[in-house]
Design a protein around this ligand. Structure first.
Ligand SMILES: *[C@@H]1O[C@H](CO)[C@@H](O)[C@H](O)[C@H]1NC(C)=O
Ligand SMILES: *[C@@H]1O[C@H](CO)[C@@H](O)[C@H](O)[C@H]1NC(C)=O
Ligand SMILES: *[C@@H]1O[C@H](CO)[C@@H](O)[C@H](O)[C@H]1NC(C)=O
Ligand SMILES: *[C@@H]1O[C@H](CO)[C@@H](O)[C@H](O)[C@H]1NC(C)=O
Ligand SMILES: *[C@@H]1O[C@H](CO)[C@@H](O)[C@H](O)[C@H]1NC(C)=O
Ligand SMILES: *[C@@H]1O[C@H](CO)[C@@H](O)[C@H](O)[C@H]1NC(C)=O
Ligand SMILES: *[C@@H]1O[C@H](CO)[C@@H](O)[C@H](O)[C@H]1NC(C)=O
Ligand SMILES: *[C@@H]1O[C@H](CO)[C@@H](O)[C@H](O)[C@H]1NC(C)=O
Ligand SMILES: *[C@@H]1O[C@H](CO)[C@@H](O)[C@H](O)[C@H]1NC(C)=O
Length: 757
């Protein structure tokens, strides 16, 4: 999703200019079955791609996989052939994908009339028009390496039975981060494949690509994003990642021994829902343990309309954890876009290093700016300062401005192409909001963003002398005293689809992250940028998500049988609480900063099964057809299956309490059940922390586990009258269960939803 700030919009728009060097590779047998004829033959100009969920075909049960898939494909073709398609149309020509492995349905090109006729047929559960998702990167990057935290490149831990499926823009497999030295062959449960003309190894054990059913596309990454996220999640420690000669660093991940399976669904222009669903269909059947998807729709979609949520629901049924990014539409409230409770949604936080760039004026005055300026030829050399007022093409086109640094004014009154083609040594801008300076972005030329006030000082200097000069210095890293703090671009809660489920769930580093990069991708994402490298620094919730993916994989390596909910619970209840001054508090950072070291030993977990999520959807108001679309069962029925009556009854590890307004009394109860995953005879006591106006009681307040008594239930009652506190959008409380050894912490966030929806 593109951000809402002008800067992020500008940067996201650049993706349209990516040079896309397509490599011609072929999908190996065993992938999602594809009707390749559909690629060339659409259903006329007014047709669109629709995803159709169908009833499961019992006739295919028990058949060998290829026969079962053929039987299902034939069922799909029959559905279309019988009085649905316009005359002279052939069903196989219209089908883009048959979802046959983990899901039940197909994607096809249909006209609106055909869609209506299909909707009335028996066996069709629901029909969804194709939607376009975007990667959650902000495209800020750099050549700088960050100091190494720990040298673990010689250790190869034991997590090599864990497989992470990366649903992203592919991977560049020949990089050091993906070396397989010392790794045994893939675990026996692995059923995936490697595309033809793509070299897998014991690190990258599978790779597939999906583009509207085209069978000849390659999973190779020429964009950089997928290589970056894959190496962040499970890359080998790669020493010497320093670039630009500025700072040495080691690119590393949480689980260097884990395996990667690549599912390429993102192409320069977009990531399409029918491709994403095909990737989930395969990843689930291939045997991955964790799915990582750093992408999302531009606003939160209802669960049944969000194909990532539908795919993740089917993953959850098989015990697979789905890790997603919260989105880059912050700091607006209610901007978080990946909100299904059967996913882990991650916010982006800044760590303790910040990248800055300095300007030195001819007067000797130094001004701190935000930018990534490195490996450009004339850095550190004084240039003439020129006031062009704006840097729109009409102001600077056709001018040769080599030797000059341009005063461009407000960001947005700028054209990258015009500045680049003028040959200027650099450009100075100020953003609409000072907080946009908190993330260092990079551009195909030295562009420095300064505070509006400082821009005024530069203009004063410019007016004070006939020969104004300015020098753009190379970027440096400085200490970020505010760390960890949530990035302004990181999407905020509340969750628009279900106010009573706290999203994002958790935070992880997502600002200026160093990781591997596709050597074919321009460093600033602009076609005119001919800088290439094997590492890059990028920002976004896209970069935060694979940190949590890695932590989830680490938990799975210790507890292979844990459900999605148990892993989510372990991550949430062990997160390090944050108090970083964000007015949105838990709606900015969720439970806090992910703590991968503590997560495998949480003490207690809040577990949930498919039936619990079905009850949740019923409480959400799902009718039988929406429930059928989500579960894939035509007999799904809330009157027989729902257990609880409120969305807050879901056994979630955090508690969100939407209240009508400040000054209005409220009272709500949250039943919860914890499973003891620590020592058998533990006794846990509840410790509540709260603020004035919010009363929290826990009944019972002591849980004594004994052998054979692993699950115990309690109720959290939250009541009171919310008092406005300056500069905040809600009130933060918490419940911590402690046995003296474990601290099982659930955030409780009370907020007035009236003001934010
Ligand atoms: C295979 O991949 C290589 C490396 O990207 C490429 O140069 C070559 O053209 C590809 N060959 C085919 C047949 O696609
Ligand atoms: C399928 O992908 C290949 C490789 O990117 C491309 O050359 C070809 O034109 C595509 N086919 C269609 C029908 O889009
Ligand atoms: C880590 O340690 C090994 C062995 O001591 C050494 O060869 C390697 O260069 C070190 N890596 C980094 C990034 O310092
Ligand atoms: C600086 O000079 C510009 C013309 O170049 C003028 O429009 C502006 O008012 C001056 N600003 C100050 C602060 O003197
Ligand atoms: C369920 O709700 C959807 C969306 O509101 C609606 O289109 C559909 O017809 C409903 N189905 C039933 C069985 O009521
Ligand atoms: C759901 O179950 C109830 C009770 O058995 C039944 O009356 C109702 O018709 C069922 N609804 C659907 C859509 O199957
Ligand atoms: C309860 O939590 C507070 C705040 O973290 C802490 O100061 C206190 O010691 C805890 N009490 C018990 C009994 O653990
Ligand atoms: C909090 O709950 C206790 C016990 O039920 C009650 O005595 C007290 O008045 C409540 N306080 C507020 C602010 O609601
Ligand atoms: C709340 O903030 C406003 C504006 O920042 C300030 O004028 C006011 O004194 C603050 N009130 C309290 C109770 O802190």
């Amino acid at each position: 999703m593109a951000g809402t700030t002008p800067l992020l919009v500008l940067l996201a728009a650049l993706s349209a200019f990516f040079c896309h060097a397509a490599a011609l590779h072929t999908l190996a047998d065993g992938g999602a079955s594809i009707d390749s004829a559909a690629v060339a033959s659409a259903g006329g100009d007014d047709s669109k791609v629709y995803i159709v969920f169908t009833e499961r075909q019992p006739a295919s049960a028990g058949l060998p996989e290829t026969d079962a898939r053929a039987a299902i494909a034939s069922f799909h073709h029959d559905l279309l052939s019988n009085d649905v398609l316009d005359a002279n149309s052939n069903a196989p020509d219209r089908v883009v994908y048959h979802y046959t492995r983990s899901l039940h349905g197909f994607a096809a090109r249909l006209t609106v009339d055909e869609k209506h006729r299909l909707a009335g047929k028996a066996g069709v559960l629901s029909i969804h028009e194709k939607k376009v998702y975007k990667l959650h990167t902000t495209r800020s990057w750099d050549y700088l390496g960050l100091p190494q935290q720990q040298n673990d490149s010689t250790k190869l831990p034991f997590e090599n039975d864990v497989i992470i499926g990366m649903v992203d823009s592919g991977v560049w497999p020949e990089l050091e981060s993906f070396a397989d030295e010392g790794l045994p062959p893939p675990p026996a449960k692995w059923k995936g494949v490697c595309s033809k003309n793509f070299t897998c190894n014991n690190k990258i054990i599978g790779a597939r690509a999906y583009r509207s059913g085209n069978t000849t596309v390659s999973p190779r990454d020429d964009e950089g994003h997928g290589t970056h996220t894959a190496s962040t999640a499970a890359g080998r420690a790669a020493a010497g990642a320093s670039l630009g000669g500025l700072a040495a660093g080691t690119a590393r991940s949480a689980v260097p021994g884990a395996r990667l399976a690549i599912y390429k669904v993102c192409w320069p222009e977009d990531c399409s829902s029918e491709d994403i669903l095909a990737a989930f269909d395969d990843a689930i059947a291939d045997g991955v343990d964790v799915i990582s998807a750093s992408l999302g729709y531009e606003f939160p979609l209802d669960y049944a309309e969000d194909m990532m949520a539908v795919g993740a629901f089917h993953a959850m049924k098989r015990g697979i954890v789905t890790s997603v990014s919260a989105g880059n539409s912050g700091p607006s409230l209610a901007s978080v876009s990946n909100v299904a409770p059967w996913t882990v949604s991650t916010a982006a936080a800044a760590d303790d290093r910040k990248i800055i760039s300095e300007l030195v004026l001819g007067s000797g005055k130094r001004i701190e700016g935000s930018a990534v300026t490195t490996v450009f030829p004339d850095l550190g050399q004084p240039s003439l300062l020129i006031d062009t007022g704006s840097c729109f093409p009409e102001d600077i086109n056709g001018k040769r401005l080599k030797g000059a640094v341009l005063l461009c004014g407000k960001l947005g009154l700028t054209s990258r192409a015009a500045i680049k083609s003028s040959g200027a040594d650099g450009a100075i801008v100020y953003p609409a909001k000072d907080y946009e300076l908190d993330t260092a972005f990079s551009f195909p030329f030295p562009l420095v963003m300064v505070k509006e006030k400082d821009y005024g000082h530069i203009i004063d200097y410019y007016n004070s002398t006939r020969h104004a000069m300015a020098t753009v210095m190379k970027s440096v890293t400085v200490k970020n005293a505010a760390a960890p703090s949530v990035a302004d671009f990181s999407s905020r809660g509340p969750n628009r689809i279900t106010h009573g489920i706290l999203k994002p769930d958790i935070s992880a580093p997502g600002v200026d992250i160093l990781a591997a990069w596709s050597p074919e991708a321009p460093l600033s994402g602009t076609v005119s940028d001919d800088r290439r490298a094997k590492y890059n620094i990028v920002s976004g919730t896209s970069m935060a998500c694979p940190h949590v993916t890695g932590a989830a994989a680490y938990v799975k390596s210790v507890h292979p049988s844990w459900s999605h909910a148990a892993v989510l619970s372990a991550l949430v209840t062990t997160a390090t609480p944050m108090k970083s001054g964000e007015p949105e508090a838990e709606h900015a950072y969720g439970a806090g900063q992910v703590n991968p070291v503590a997560a495998p030993d949480p003490g207690l977990v809040y577990d949930a099964t498919e039936a619990d999520y079905v009850s949740f959807l019923c409480a959400q108001g799902y009718n039988s057809s929406e429930l059928a679309a989500m579960t894939g069962r035509s007999n799904a029925n809330c009157s027989t299956e729902a257990k609880g009556s409120a969305v807050g009854d879901l056994n979630y590890p955090s508690i969100a309490v939407p209240v009508l307004n400040y000054g209005v009394g409220f009272a709500a109860e949250f039943p919860r059940t914890v499973t003891n995953v620590g020592s058998a005879n533990a006794v846990y006591r509840a410790n509540v922390t709260t603020v004035p106006g919010v009363n929290v009681t826990v009944t019972p307040s002591e849980l004594a586990f004994s052998t054979g008594k692993e699950k115990l239930s309690f109720t959290v009652s939250v009541s009171g009258t919310l008092v406005p506190v300056n500069g905040t959008t809600g009130a933060s409380a918490s419940l911590v269960w402690s046995d003296g050894k474990h601290q099982v912490r659930s955030p409780i966030y009370v907020f007035p939803y009236k003001h934010v929806m």
